[in-house]
Design a binder for this molecule. Sequence first.
Ligand code: PFF
Length: 509
Amino acid sequence: MSEVRGSWGSKLGFILAASGSAIGLGNIVFFSSNAYKYGGGAFYLPYLVALFLIGIPVMILELGAGRFSRRSMPNALYTIAGKRAELAGWFGALNATIITMYYIAILAWILGMWVGSLGALWRSSAVAAFGVADGEMTNSMSYFFNMISSSNPMIYVVLIWMANILIIIRGAKSIEAVVKIFVPLMWLMMIVLIIRGVTLPGGPEGILYLFTPDFSVIGDVGIWKGAFSQMFFTLSLGFGIMMAYASYLPKKNDDVLSATTISLLNCSFEFIAGLAIFSLLFAFAIAPKASSLSMIFFVVPEGIAEFPVLVGLFGFLFFTLLLMAGLTSSVSLVESVVLSVIDKFRVSRSKVLVGMFCVGLAGSLLFVLPEVVDPGLKDDGTLGFSLVDLLDHWAFGYGLLICGLLEILIIGWLYDIDALLEFVNKNARIKLGAKFKALVRYVLPVVVLSILVLSIIDEYRGGLYGNAMETGRFESLYLLAFFGWLAFSIGGAILFTVLKRRDGSGEAS
Ligand code: PFF
């Protein structure tokens, strides 16, 4: 089977691919905006707790289960606990598909900014978008809104999808070839940006803000929820991405060491990205407002435009870094879905790639339609921007946590967890014992379930639901996104589960 599926050429290739999946837009955009939202230093204590309590343990489970079954998530869960578990796996794969669709739409907008960084973005007096000229409009904002309300992003989406398909065309082999170049380059570019940031007058104050602990808000449940959800997203956990990548590993691997290495690489990148962004914010007294994406689209470019020299070069570096980081993550999302289909139905990779390209492209195009719904820019400007917010709310805010919870419950309770731990321990220098088992069976489900319940309470107390109902205009869109998400992820999961498997493993009894 491994010959048909291929495998990593080296362990380094695997670590680079897995850390490339983990290091993505989440590290550069969402960590900094969460940290800013929760007052800088207050965020990193819950963040560190989340890393050690959930992040590394769930990563170990995913690596162990992937290597043990040598299959992607729905099929790995099937071998563990039959069709019930397989359904949960497909639910994960379909949520991953929705996230891929808008993740790629965001990458298309980034590509638009990258094109702008070659010149147009920095030229002063860009025309105010939508005729709004209230003095608040910076060049980057104006450029961005003009770009997303044009049809160019539709071309960019096609290009980004093509890049994804090309990178995964030969599975682990072609992914490995790309990450070996992209991942070291991403670190290099980030280091250049930090050096630039912290040497700006006023820059170090941003770092102080980020690292000065503030325990006064530690009782706020929102900050814990933010840190735990961020941990799932940033480490690419819950959707079986790491399971798929680990299924390409050779028989022997120290999963505990690999999981710790990947997680620590990811979180250090996130911290240093925070250093670069916060030093910039403080050097030029810029306060991020509105959605977290505004951080990369207007806030950072606004800072870069103020650099004394080499504005174009640093802008170009920043958007190239975002593109590379985003691509090494989106390919992992696409690959995990593609591999799930290949593993179950034994169809050729090229056929699945064509199918994935068509479905994924159609979905991503929805987000970049140049449909302006809010000429006053009070909300999101275009329909696609609102849809990203809403689907992110369901597929990431809920879908990811539900998948994570199901995965933990299945591995902890339906599966012979002792056998899995024994398998992992065979090659691990640090052995997992009874405490780890108790963590998986009791602590993790309680923690993830609590975050989910808190999110639902929040939903009714206001949050996006309250906002949608209040503004009226978003009411239908909010419901449409909710039912769309449910139909696609649950309907699709049922369909893929009932279809007959052709992998020769027979139906579970
Ligand atoms: N970890 C990636 C990031 O931080 O941007 C995004 C991601 C990839 C999330 C894969 C979830 C996932 F399954």
